[in-house]
Design a protein around this ligand. Structure first.
Ligand code: PSU
Ligand code: MN
Length: 288
């Protein structure tokens, strides 16, 4: 029986949170996976070497590595070829996880289509359309254009599974007003869909969207006001492309006096746990 493993991304360590919180969150996510009975594998590139599962020393190194490049698919060959440090986005993490036989991956929010920049589409979406990994998240990053992002996923044939929810969550808040492709209430429900897709040899993965825990949720209007102001500042300063997310997350944290960071941490730990439960069910060793 395959041991249940959950892949974890590393861009949130280098670009999602500032030190020392980043290392703390990375360690807590790994622990949440272990507590739920699976093995965590944080993925990154260190000095040109692909790492599937970082040691605690490597996690600490990456958390301080100011020069680490945020690696989407296009960047992997660059950091490996040139012997650099790189953290992996959802797209790059999925690609490397699948190559190493890991089927389940937990993150916070996937990339997508940026507001007012409909041609800035994350490679996360194309990777979801071709790599068979189940990605557990809290929806797409709320700073994106959510309707356009999910339209795009529909075109690409990626099912969006609402976990305990009929709706797709909106990252910081539990509701987006957008309907999920289907609702699943247990890991076994998710596994049935995943197995059917693998049996058909459908390309691509599944998105399992878990709403942020209620006690850590940001009211939708508070989140929206902060996002709009952060987008305004990014546009005013001409910040776009891969720099847009790190800049905006930092602005949103300031504008919400840290509440966005608390929500982000809570949803990450919750997603790590749900992913571990799905990995166990997929490996044939469910908790119940
Ligand atoms: N969501 C967050 N913080 C992040 C990211 C997502 O709350 O740092 C990262 C993920 O690694 C995601 C990436 O894959 O941003 C998307 O970046 P881009 O839009 O440049 O593809
Ligand atoms: Mn982007």
């Amino acid at each position: 029986m395959a041991e249940p493993v959950v892949a974890l991304e590393s861009t949130l360590i280098t670009h999602g949170f500032a030190p020392p919180r980043n290392l703390q969150v990375a360690r807590e996510m790994e622990q949440a996976v272990r507590d739920a009975g699976a093995q965590p594998a944080t993925i990154a590139v260190l000095q040109g070497q692909v790492k599937i599962g970082l040691t605690d020393d490597e996690l600490a190194y990456l958390a301080q590595a100011k020069a680490a490049r945020k690696c989407s698919l296009r960047d992997l060959g660059i950091v490996i070829g040139l012997g650099l440090d790189g953290s992996t986005t959802v797209a790059a993490t999925m690609f490397l996880a699948a190559k190493h036989g890991i089927q389940v991956f937990a993150t916070g929010g996937i990339g997508g289509v940026h507001r007012g920049h409909p041609f800035d589409v994350s490679a996360d979406l194309t990777e979801l359309s071709r790599t068979p990994v189940t990605v557990v998240c809290a929806g797409a990053k709320a700073l994106l254009d959510l309707p356009l992002t999910f339209e795009h996923l529909e075109t690409l044939g990626v099912p969006v599974i609402g976990y305990g929810s009929d709706e797709i969550p909106a990252f910081y808040s539990r509701s987006s007003g957008l309907k999920a492709s289907v609702r699943a209430d247990t890991p076994q429900d998710v596994v049935r869909i995943v197995r059917a897709r693998r049996a058909l040899k459908l390309p691509g993965g599944e998105l399992v969207c878990v709403p942020v825990p209620r006690e850590a949720e940001l009211p939708a209007d508070v989140a929206e006001a902060a996002i709009a102001e952060a987008q305004h500042r990014a546009d005013a300063e001409g910040i776009a492309g891969p720099d847009a997310t790190p800049f905006m997350l930092d602005q949103i944290a300031r504008l919400t006096h840290g509440a966005s960071v608390r929500a982000n941490v809570a949803l990450l730990l919750n997603n790590a746990r749900v992913a571990a439960e799905i990995a166990r069910a997929l490996a044939g060793s469910p908790l119940t």
